[in-house]
Design a protein around this ligand. Structure first.
Ligand SMILES: Nc1ncnc2c1ncn2[C@@H]1O[C@H](COP(=O)(O)OP(=O)(O)OP(=O)(O)O)[C@@H](O)[C@H]1O
Length: 803
């Protein structure tokens, strides 16, 4: 009955959804009736058997209720109780058997006949493929067992030698399903079975690996988040503590979300700001991005989004303010008042835009330094009841200065316009664009183009600063501009401006300004008062006329300040008793000798035009009108040079004037009884002193002609005469600009006779009457008349001068 080769009759022990492969030792639950019946039947059969072998059962897998055709013959090793007292039997699966027909036997069990299961070979030789498989399976199985810490089992698996036995070992693997085990049970070819087992093992390991990495990733991610959270909390605590140590409440400052929510920002700006706050909260505290965002948020929060000054002025009141701040300048004030009146009317009618493209939305004050352009701007703000800011544009070459840097730049800042609004503290201040004629442009872009956008009423209600990136409404800002030189203002900007000229002051005007404005201000600064110190009008006049020579009053103001400082020092040192009076005679003792003596007041030998070949011209420079001397000389005949040499940094137009003057004298000199032969044979040198200052323009034409004629004729030019005018080849005197400034300059220099082009006669209306009273003005149209008037009579010819 116990033969291995012959057929056997065995009690069936059905295994529900379980497969036991040969070689496995498994415990079975004896409370299960089928199990108990089979075990008891086997035991009673064994007892009655002659060869006292162990009781044998047939383990038959029953998957989904149906029996497999192959089972395992198992020996019952032990029957007893488990640690928890449950009855159990330990069985050892021995080999595969094929199940045959049912039969009868002892006990309640079902008995079947079995036949041997044909394995491909009883022992597969370990060569080639099978040896490799064995090696690989053992390696893979070891790896898996090691990972689970099952070290004892590792050795056991290593000791298995047979191919089939090794394959059956897969039966222990918890990850192998009953179906897969059944497949292994049914496989007759041992090599194929081992291949199958290896495959199952490998698939599982691969799956585990993927699961591992996923788990690890998840675990790591969670750990990092937790760590960051904890660190942040700690950092916050440290910061708070530090702040408390320093006695500040820094945490509130840092709570940008709360600050943005509390600030009254326009909707769009609030959205943009909250977006940045979110970014900030996500970024780490030390990251550079975090600090950029904070700076940006600070800028946005500091802008006076909802702050506007009410325009509660009336025009008469505005005029009163302008009058109180500045003496004279009545036509300038008229223009400003007109501008304000128009602005007010339009605002009252709900029209926000002032002027059109050519209407001049911007008032530009043009004139030499120190005539009060900046302070007029301040007065306009005061008159309108608005805040005032000055934006210095001198030397600005970078477009980003106006419009800001993009935020990606290190150290990016908003542009000057945004900074000005911030500084002003309201959204509708008076912004003075100072020195708009000094903006340059180079590879960094064109600041003038950015200014255009700022000044253009059609565009400036949505001004976009590169840094700020949110729109700013500049349409209610009052822009004023100042410039020294009209010609230097970029053309497109000029197009949008309404020009107001300030040409400089006469001596009388300066005295009034000094008396009513400069003196009181400087007295206060020096800690003195009108009661203690009196400066006489005569002293002020001398200061204006002999100590300063300027179109404006800046140096005059400085001189007054110097005098008052000296007086204050003297009184402190006990050298002067207060109250005191400063008169003309005191000036020399206080601030030294005068720097400018009028030409007319100088000794004849000191005068510049004391020799033939020097003529007095009039010019307009960035500093106002000025007197300039043109000198001519003839080169020695022997040097052989016959050309015209020009020095004194003359511009192209001025050089052409010199050539025209020379050509005129060459062709017409004979008519004027000039010895023109000298002109042909000898080189001529024309120089305009103050050689370092660049000069240009055609208005020195008649002066050059006069200097040359004087040189040739040997007749000196009259000391009291100055002139201005362009000359043509035929000797006509053509009109020029800047008559008022030039006449004021001539007056300052002590000149009494001035020659101007006939066609400039209407300009005399602008010249203050008191100046015209002192000057004799000759409007002439022909250069021959000029020469007749300017050159001294021939009798005073200096011997040999014309040689
Ligand atoms: N008409 C005036 N009445 C009273 N004060 C005046 C007058 N003109 C100028 N001032 C004073 O002269 C000083 C210089 O004027 P301000 O600085 O405005 O000159 P500016 O024309 O702007 O010069 P710059 O072109 O150099 O900027 C100021 O203190 C100003 O108050």
């Amino acid at each position: 009955m116990a033969s291995t080769s012959a057929s056997l009759t065995l009690p069936v022990l059905p295994l529900d959804d379980e497969v036991v492969l040969p070689g496995m030792v498994v415990p079975l639950d004896l409370k299960d009736t089928e199990v108990r019946a089979a075990v008891e039947a086997a035991r009673s059969a064994a007892r009655s058997s002659v060869d006292s072998g162990k009781p044998q059962v047939l383990l038959v897998p029953r998957l989904d209720g149906s029996y497999a055709g192959v089972g395992t013959l198992a020996t019952v090793e032990q029957v007893g109780r488990l640690a928890d007292g449950e009855p159990a039997a330990l069985v050892r699966a021995v080999r595969r058997v094929r199940i045959g027909a049912g039969t009868t036997g002892p006990g309640a069990a079902l008995w079947v006949e079995t036949t041997p299961f044909k394995e491909s070979a009883v022992a597969v030789p370990l060569t080639g493929r099978s040896a490799e498989l064995v090696k690989e399976y053992k390696a893979v199985a070891t790896e898996w067992l090691r990972k689970r810490g099952a070290w004892q089992i590792v050795d056991r698996v290593a000791a298995i030698e047979g191919v089939g036995e090794l394959a059956d070992n897969i039966g222990y693997a918890p990850f192998v399903s009953a179906e897969q085990k059944l497949k292994a049970l049914l496989e007759a070819d041992q090599v194929a079975r081992l291949e199958y087992a290896l495959q199952l093992m490998k698939d599982h390991l691969a799956e585990e690996e993927v699961n591992d990495t996923i788990r690890k990733d998840v675990e790591e991610g969670v750990a990092k988040q937790q760590k960051e959270f904890l660190l942040r909390r700690q950092l916050e605590a440290v910061r708070k503590e530090l702040a408390e140590l320093n006695g500040e409440s820094a945490s509130e400052e840092d709570d940008y979300r709360a600050r943005v929510e509390a600030a009254e920002l326009p909707e769009k700006v609030r959205e943009a700001a909250l977006k940045e706050v979110e970014k900030l909260e996500r970024s780490s505290d030390q990251s550079p991005e975090g600090s950029w965002i904070r700076t940006w948020l600070d800028t946005v929060l500091e802008l006076p989004w909802n702050n506007r000054s009410e325009d509660a002025y009336d025009i008469a009141g505005a005029r009163a303010v302008l009058d109180a701040d500045h003496a004279g300048l009545s036509d300038v004030k008229d223009r400003i008042v007109e501008y304000l009146a128009v602005r007010k009317r339009r605002a009252d009618q709900g029209l926000t835009l002032i002027g059109g493209r050519r209407g001049g939305a911007v008032l530009a004050l043009v004139g030499p330094p120190g005539v009060g352009k900046t302070s007029l701007g301040e007065s306009v703000a005061r008159a309108m009841g608005r805040d005032f800011v000055r934006v210095a544009l001198g030397g600005v070459r970078d477009e980003a200065e106006i419009r800001g840097h993009r935020r990606t730049y290190v150290g990016a800042l908003p542009g000057r316009i945004v900074r000005a609004i911030k500084e002003a503290g309201s959204m509708n201040p008076v912004v003075l664009l100072d020195e708009i004629d000094k903006v340059g442009s180079d590879y960094r872009g064109d600041p003038a183009a950015a200014l255009l956008e700022v000044l253009d009423p059609a565009q400036n209600h949505t001004f976009r600063d590169h840094y700020l990136e949110v729109e700013l409404d500049l349409s209610d800002v009052v822009f004023l501009a100042t410039a020294n030189v009209l010609e230097a203002i970029p053309e497109p900007l000029l197009d949008r401006m309404e020009l107001v000229r300030l040409d400089g002051y006469t001596e009388d005007e300066k005295v009034v300004i000094a008396r009513d404005h400069l003196l009181p201000r400087q007295l206060e600064r020096a800690g003195l008062s009108a009661e203690t110190v009196t400066v006489t009008e005569a002293a002020l006049r001398k200061l204006a006329g002999e100590y300063t020579r300027e179109a404006g009053v800046r140096t005059l103001e400085r001189s007054v300040a110097r005098i008052l400082r000296k007086v204050a020092a003297q009184s402190e040192l006990g050298q002067r008793e207060l109250p005191t009076t400063v008169d003309t005679a005191d000036l020399r003792g206080l601030i030294g000798r005068p720097h400018h003596t009028p030409e007319a007041a100088q000794e004849p030998a000191e005068r510049r035009t004391a020799v033939p070949g020097v003529a007095t011209g009039l010019a307009v420079t960035g500093a106002g009108g000025d007197v300039l001397y043109i000198e001519a000389s003839l080169a020695d005949a022997e040097t052989g040079s016959t050309g015209l040499t020009l020095t004194g940094q003359l511009g192209d137009v001025m050089k052409e004037s010199a050539h025209i003057a020379l050509s005129f004298l060459r062709s017409r000199g004979a008519e004027l009884e000039l010895p023109v032969t000298g002109l042909r044979e000898r080189g001529i040198h024309l120089h305009v002193p103050a050689g370092a200052v660049p000069k240009d323009g055609p208005s020195a034409g008649i002066t050059m002609t006069t200097a040359l004629a004087s040189l040739l004729s040997g007749r000196k030019v009259r000391t009291d005469v100055a002139m201005t005018g362009e000359v043509s080849l035929t000797g006509r005197v053509l009109p020029i600009g800047g008559v008022k400034q030039k006449l004021l300059a001539a007056d300052r220099a002590g000149i009494t006779t001035v020659i101007i082009p006939k066609r400039n006669e209407p300009d005399l209306d602008d010249v203050p009457a008191e100046v015209l009273e002192r000057l004799t003005v000759h409007p002439l149209s022909d250069v021959r008349e000029v020469l007749a008037l300017a050159l001294e009579p021939a009798e005073v010819l200096v011997a040999g001068a014309a040689a």
